[in-house]
Design a protein around this ligand. Structure first.
Ligand code: NAD
Length: 479
């Protein structure tokens, strides 16, 4: 059993007063005891961050780039430990846990590059329509920021916020998910060795209603960057409104994979499985609606059933498992309830729907595919956050686009077609922040992450992820 402090303030690890028990979802056994913090710890962390901001915000961005690169190297050096923790705490197969580590390294390296360009771009002149005045533009760090992250890609989500915040010159209080804090605690150890001044990076593990709510309310925090559920996102926004602090929100999704008439069926089936079952479907970007051109539908459904049933589900450490467990009992039950409600609503279960008979414990659910799903059912409309796909035939491109856009969310979409003109046309018509064509859900730090409608406020990654942590200042002087 791992026993660890869960609070890091002003460069010092502390035993917080709120113990958290972390469970291994693959065997349902306790994995770690974390001495998490409370609202009082958040107050001390923001004070420390505020004090450190005076110096850190004035450093050359190129100095900050050096720290970011050191963190990237530290993550690479700690790869095996981070993979172990992700696989144990999230139930992710080893190959998926490695992808998370790769993503973290790429993100810190990318924001190191952007930080390197910041100094040269600072104080750039602004063209004015009058010779009587001159103006210059500065981009300055917005202050102390609160970062609140969920459990599905814990370390990756943290990196997407932390790397740009540090690059911008902000000081940080990070709150990992109480369900999966272990990878971030290890990441904090890496950061502690990377040469950051004390107080620039602080971490408080703990419950959302306590630690998260305190972060959203703290008047010393300039901005909260939150990833999680819509229900909690609304609460964060309401609390933040009391002190008029900025919020970035990355919330839920109900995304579609569109298989157009000219699709390669093998590719379409592979992408449907990746979009629905990667990370056991616990992805805000899961393409849980699969819309298939009528002519291809019978063949597609038969092949999808075969492929989904062949996916090896089980222990993340065997190296053979393609899909692991759901993160905890609450999520396991939630997904089971969705499956039961889908059956009650009249949807037809093509495969899966329960724990594989070969596994006696662990929060596993076999890859699950439904057809004939009513358009007004929860299965079709709500985010499931588990390995569940709903497949439906569509008469034409227009109907596919209409069904994909018929959602309160608009995070991502995928299109499969060998007719690239049609694929690009459909991509343009979709209400989504990122559309993949004939590709798995690859994410580069250079492209933005976030969506339309109730999926997001703002964008992460790319230069947009950096500007989310910057204020714009113009200095204008009479000549
Ligand atoms: P969640 O909303 O329950 O929790 C997210 C974080 O908020 C956790 O750290 C939690 O402790 C904290 N929290 C809980 N109550 C709080 C409160 N009152 N005030 C402040 N913070 C509070 O979400 P989850 O169950 O951890 O993650 C799953 C959800 O996250 C899904 O809905 C999914 O769509 C969403 N998500 C979105 C993205 C994206 O990029 N759009 C990425 C990953 C996950």
């Amino acid at each position: 059993m791992i026993k660890t402090p869960g609070v890091y303030i002003n460069g010092v690890w502390e035993l917080g007063r709120q113990p958290l028990t972390v469970i291994n979802p693959s065997n349902e056994q306790p994995l770690a005891e974390v001495a998490g913090g409370d609202g009082a710890a958040v107050a001390r962390a923001t004070l420390a961050a505020r004090a450190a901001f005076a110096e850190w915000s004035k450093t050359c961005a190129s100095e900050r780039a050096v720290v970011l690169r050191t963190i990237a190297e530290g993550v690479e050096a700690s790869r095996e430990r981070l993979v172990f923790l992700q696989a144990s705490n999230n139930g992710k197969p080893l190959a998926e846990a490695h992808i998370d580590v790769d993503d973290v390294i790429a993100t810190f390296r990318y924001y190191a590059e952007l930080a390197d360009q910041l100094d040269a771009g600072q104080d750039c002149p602004v063209a004015l329509p009058s010779e009587d005045f001159v103006a210059r533009l500065r981009r300055e760090p917005c202050g102390v920021v609160g970062l609140i992250v969920p459990w599905n890609f814990p370390m990756v989500t943290t990196a997407w916020k932390l790397a740009p915040a540090l690059a911008a010159g902000c000081c940080v209080v990070l709150k990992p998910s109480e369900v999966t804090p272990l990878a971030e605690l290890e990441l904090a150890n890496v950061i502690a060795q990377a040469g950051l001044p004390a107080g620039v990076f602080n971490l408080v593990c703990g419950a959302g209603v306590d630690v998260g709510a305190a972060l959203a309310a703290d008047p010393r925090i300039a901005k909260v960057s939150f990833t999680g559920s819509n229900a909690v996102g609304v609460q964060v926004m309401q609390r933040a409104a009391e002190t008029v602090k900025g919020v970035s929100l990355e919330l839920g999704g109900k995304s579609s994979l569109l298989v157009l008439e000219a699709a390669n069926l093998d590719l379409a089936v592979e992408l449907a499985c990746l979009g629905g079952f990667f990370n056991a479907g616990q992805m805000c970007s899961a393409t849980s609606r699969v819309l298939v051109a009528e002519a291809l539908y019978p063949d597609f459904v038969a092949r999808l059933k075969c492929r989904a049933e062949a996916i090896r589900v089980g222990d993340p450490f065997t190296g053979e498992s393609e899909m692991g467990a759901l993160v905890n009992q609450a999520q396991y039950r939630r997904v089971q309830q969705h499956i039961a409600a889908g059956l009650e609503a009249g949807a037809r279960l093509l495969c899966g729907g329960a724990r594989p008979s070969t596994l006696s414990s662990g929060y596993y659910i076999s890859p699950t595919v439904f057809t004939d799903v009513p358009l007004d059912s929860a299965l079709w409309c709500e985010e499931i956050f588990g390995p569940v796909l709903c497949v439906r035939p569509v008469a034409d491109e227009a109907q596919a686009v209409a069904l994909a856009n018929d959602s309160e969310f608009g995070l991502v979409a995928s299109v499969v077609s060998s007719d690239l003109i049609a694929a690009e046309r459909v991509a343009n018509a979709l209400e989504a922040g990122l559309v993949w064509i004939n590709a798995p859900q690859v994410i580069f730090p250079q492209t933005a992450w976030g969506g339309y409608k109730q999926s997001s406020i703002g964008r992460e990654l790319g230069p947009w992820g950096l500007s989310a942590f910057q204020e714009i200042k113009h200095v204008l002087r009479a000549v």
